[in-house]
Design a protein around this ligand. Structure first.
Ligand SMILES: Nc1ncnc2c1ncn2[C@@H]1O[C@H](COP(=O)(O)OP(=O)(O)OP(=O)(O)O)[C@@H](O)[C@H]1O
Length: 310
């Protein structure tokens, strides 16, 4: 693995394989290089292997085969350095309900051997908007507050990499925005962020680069912009001058739907047609066009296309 190692990688994964007891092959030879300084999105449908990958990084699941380097440290050769280089926000919320948020962070800092004078518990609580709850019992916090406390807990040892596994599941829109604001601040300070999410629009908005895994294999790993540019399907919404009873058809339409009394939503493939041809085909069917709206393809289109094909 030394030959292929990448000095600017935050995380390097080579041929990572996990077969669970009972024979389930959750990871089937994953290769990923997550560059330093980025916000990287790991996406995939349910059961794709995202949590297994993250749990291996966290040292909570043992890999069956392959190599993993975290901040240049091989998890087999330098497990302690590898562990100190990463902070993990798990999917499941687990806390000792009898500790306050402040104690929770102090304990975690102690666990990582952070000396008392270097502990930043209050600073971290302020950053996640929990300073007013510093001395409340953790069990009295709402779900969103607990999740933010988990983020603070993952940062007590100031790791250069923060991994968040489905961080916004069950978090309301406002708190989600606050959480992302903090994640962006950390990233601006140089922390590499890796996140898994089911919300594609979130990944599209936040991530510099996206990897998609399906059935334990990487099916794509690209800058977000390139990934979105891969979307072939375009949509044009056409309003015509009279009520429609049937939909027109043409070879350049992939799909045509009646989405209003006078509105047609037409999907076409941009490698086989252009908007001009689509509109001409509508006019050729005897309809006059009074308005046109086009929609650019988004990550959801690419995601569905790639995961359906795999
Ligand atoms: N402890 C385990 N024992 C056996 N099989 C497991 C275990 N944990 C996960 N699996 C299986 O491994 C596969 C990958 O699961 P994993 O949790 O990594 O997927 P995921 O992409 O994180 O899914 P989700 O988005 O639903 O969290 C699934 O088929 C899952 O059922």
């Amino acid at each position: 693995m030394t030959d292929s190692s990448h000095p600017t990688a935050a995380i390097e994964i080579r041929n990572l394989t996990k077969v669970y007891k009972g024979g389930k092959r959750a990871l089937d030879g994953i290769d990923l290089t997550i560059p330093r300084g980025q916000i990287y999105g790991l996406l995939g449908p349910n059961g794709a292997g995202k949590s297994t990958t993250i749990n291996i990084l966290a040292g909570m699941v043992n890999k069956t085969a392959g190599d993993v380097r975290i901040w240049g440290f091989d998890i087999d050769v330098n497990p302690r350095n590898a562990k100190n280089s990463i902070g993990i926000v798990p999917q499941e919320i687990v806390f000792d309900p009898f500790f306050t948020p402040l104690e929770t962070l102090d304990n975690q800092a102690g666990f990582y051997g952070v000396p008392k004078e270097k502990r930043r518990s209050m600073e971290l609580l302020r950053a996640v908007h929990l300073d007013d709850k510093a001395n409340a019992y953790a069990r009295t916090l709402s779900g969103g507050m607990k999740r933010r406390l988990l983020v603070a807990k993952a940062m007590v040892h100031s790791p250069p990499i923060l991994v968040l596994d489905e961080p916004t599941a069950g978090v309301d829109v406002q708190l989600r925005q606050q959480l992302w604001e903090y994640v962006r601040e950390l990233n601006a300070m140089g922390v590499t962020i890796v996140l898994t999410t089911h919300y594609l629009e979130e990944a599209e908005e936040l991530c510099d680069r996206i990897g998609i895994i399906n059935h334990g294999k990487v099916i794509t790993d690209k800058p977000t912009r390139e990934l979105i540019a891969m979307a072939q399907e375009k949509v044009v919404q056409v309003t015509v001058d009279r009520d429609l009873v049937t939909t027109p058809d043409a070879p350049c339409f992939e799909k045509v739907e009646l989405t209003g009394e006078r509105t047609l939503t037409i999907t076409y493939s941009k490698d086989r047609a252009n908007a001009g041809q689509v509109l001409s085909a509508v006019q050729a069917s005897g309809l006059s066009i009074v308005d046109v709206v086009t929609r650019d393809p988004d990550l959801e289109d690419v995601f569905l296309h790639l995961t359906a094909a795999a």
